[in-house]
Design a binder for this molecule. Structure first.
Ligand code: NAI
Length: 384
C-alpha cells in the first residue's frame, strides 16, 4: 500500500473499533442471508468467533499499511486458510465472505464510501480472502481425519488419559506438536490437544487431559468420553523441538508433560543425544501420574535425568491412590516446578522447553530470563 492509502486504512480500523461485535454480526448475517446452509458450519455460540474475526480484519488493515511485514501477513493468512478447511469452508465461500464484508463496509462508511475508499478496502479484503482461499486449495492431506477411543482412564478427579486409534488416513505430526481436535459431545467446537506419544504408522494416539476450570471440552473429555467415541482431528501446529546436539532443560507442569513426553520418546531414537534434564511438577505428590514411565525412560537412557517436584509434601485427604514419588528412585524436590528448576543450576547455554498451565509457563520463563537464560533459547506453545 502506498502513503495516500494510510488515512483510509486508519479510518477503516477506527470504524471497526467503534463497534466490533456489531460489525461482525452484520457480516455474518449478510453471509447467512446469501447462503443459509453456511450457518451449519459455525458453532451455535459465535461470540468468540466474532471477536477473532474482527481481530483478523483489524490485523490485516494494520499490517497492510505497514512498510514491511507483508510476508508475515501472507503466512498468517495462508495458515488461517488451511485451518479453515476443517470447518468445511470451500473456495466459493471466500467470494461470499468477500461480498458480505464489502457490503458491510459500504454500509458502515455511509456517504464516506468514495471510490478511493472502495479501492483500498477492496484490495485489503481481496488479499485476505484470496490468500486464504489459495492456501486452502493447495493444502495437502485431508482437511479432517478421525480416530476412535479405545481406552480411557482417570488419573485423578480432574485428569484423564485417552488412547485412540485412527480410522483410515492419519497425517503424521511432529513430536511436540498439538492437534486441532473436536469431540462428539461438542460438535463444531475445536480445541488444541498435544499428543503424549510420537506419530506412528499404526495411527495410535494418546492424550493426557486436565479438566480446566470452566473448560467445556476438557471437562467433557474427563467426564463423558467413552470407548467407541470418534474424535475428529484437523491441522497440526506448534514448533517445539529438541536439538539433539545441544543440552536441554525441559520443565513440565501437570498434564503439560504430554508434548515433552512425546519429544523425549522421539529423542530416544538418537544414538547419543546431549543431556536432557526434565523437571516434572504438580501440586500434590499423588498427582505425579507419569513417574513410572519417566523412571523407565531415565533408566534406559543415560542422557535423561528426571526431577519430580511437588508444591505440597503430603497429599490432601481426598487424593487417594497416588503413589509416593520417592518410591520410583527419582530425585524429588518441593516447591513450584519453575522456581525449583530455575534455582537448581546455571542453565545458560541450554535449550529450554516449557509446557503446562499458562501462568506457570509465563512465570517460569520470567524466572529463567532473570537467571540469565537467553530468551531466544526458551520455547513454549502459544499461551492462551
Ligand atoms: N502444549 C501445552 O502447552 C500443554 C499445556 N497443557 C496445560 O497444562 C495445564 C496442566 O494442568 P494441571 O495438570 O492441572 O497442572 P497444575 O495446575 O497442577 O500445575 C502443575 C505445575 O504448575 C505449577 N503452577 C501452577 N500454577 C502456577 C503459577 N501461577 N505460577 C507458577 N507455577 C504454577 C505448579 O506449582 C505445578 O508445579 C492445563 O492448563 C493444560 O491446558 C496441557 C498439555 C499441553
Amino acid at each position: 500500500m502506498t502513503q495516500p492509502e494510510q488515512p483510509i486504512l486508519a479510518q477503516t480500523r477506527a470504524l471497526l473499533a467503534s463497534d466490533p461485535d456489531r460489525f461482525a454480526s452484520s457480516v455474518f448475517a449478510r453471509l447467512f442471508a446469501m447462503r443459509p446452509s453456511l450457518r451449519e458450519l459455525f458453532p451455535a455460540e459465535m461470540g468468540t468467533l466474532r471477536a477473532s474475526f474482527v481481530d483478523v480484519i483489524d490485523h490485516v488493515l494494520d499490517a497492510i499499511g505497514a512498510p514491511d511485514g507483508h510476508g508475515e501477513l501472507v503466512d498468517f493468512l495462508a495458515q488461517l486458510g488451511r485451518d479453515h478447511r476443517k470447518f468445511g469452508v470451500v473456495s466459493e465461500h471466500y467470494w461470499l465472505i468477500y461480498d458480505a464484508l464489502m457490503s458491510e463496509f459500504q454500509f458502515a462508511f455511509g456517504n464516506r464510501w468514495t471510490p478511493e475508499v472502495e479501492e483500498t478496502v477492496g484490495q485489503a479484503m481481496l488479499l485476505t480472502t484470496g490468500v486464504m482461499r489459495g492456501a486452502a486449495e493447495s493444502a495437502e492431506g485431508p482437511p479432517r481425519w478421525h480416530a476412535r477411543v479405545v481406552q480411557k482412564f482417570r488419573i485423578t478427579r480432574e485428569r484423564a488419559v485417552i488412547r485412540l486409534i485412527a480410522d483410515g488416513p492419519h497425517p503424521p505430526y511432529a513430536a511436540g506438536q498439538y492437534l486441532e481436535t473436536q469431540i462428539p459431545q461438542w460438535p463444531r467446537t475445536w480445541r488444541n490437544f498435544s499428543p503424549a506419544i510420537p506419530s506412528n504408522p499404526q495411527g495410535e494416539l494418546e492424550f493426557h487431559v486436565r479438566a480446566v476450570p470452566g473448560g467445556r471440552v476438557s471437562g467433557s473429555i474427563v467426564r463423558d468420553t467413552a470407548v467407541g467415541d470418534v474424535w475428529t482431528f484437523a491441522q497440526r501446529h506448534g514448533t517445539m523441538h529438541i536439538d539433539p546436539a545441544r543440552p536441554a532443560l525441559l520443565i513440565a507442569g501437570g498434564t503439560g508433560l504430554a508434548p515433552l513426553r512425546a519429544l523425549l520418546i522421539d529423542h530416544a531414537r538418537f544414538g547419543e543425544p546431549a543431556p536432557v534434564h526434565l523437571f516434572y511438577g504438580t501440586q500434590n505428590p499423588g498427582e505425579l501420574y507419569e513417574l513410572g514411565v519417566l523412571a523407565q525412560l531415565a533408566g534406559a537412557n543415560p542422557w535423561l535425568r528426571v526431577t519430580a517436584v511437588t508444591e505440597n509434601t503430603e497429599d490432601p485427604w481426598w487424593l487417594t491412590g497416588g503413589t509416593d514419588p520417592r518410591g520410583w528412585g527419582l530425585e524429588v524436590r518441593y516447591g513450584r516446578v519453575g522456581e525449583v528448576a530455575a534455582t537448581y543450576a546455571d542453565w545458560r547455554g541450554r535449550q529450554v522447553l516449557l509446557s503446562g498451565p499458562a501462568p506457570m509457563v509465563f512465570h517460569t520463563a520470567l524466572r529463567l530470563r532473570a537467571a540469565g537464560v537467553n530468551p531466544d533459547a526458551i520455547q513454549h506453545d502459544p499461551l492462551n
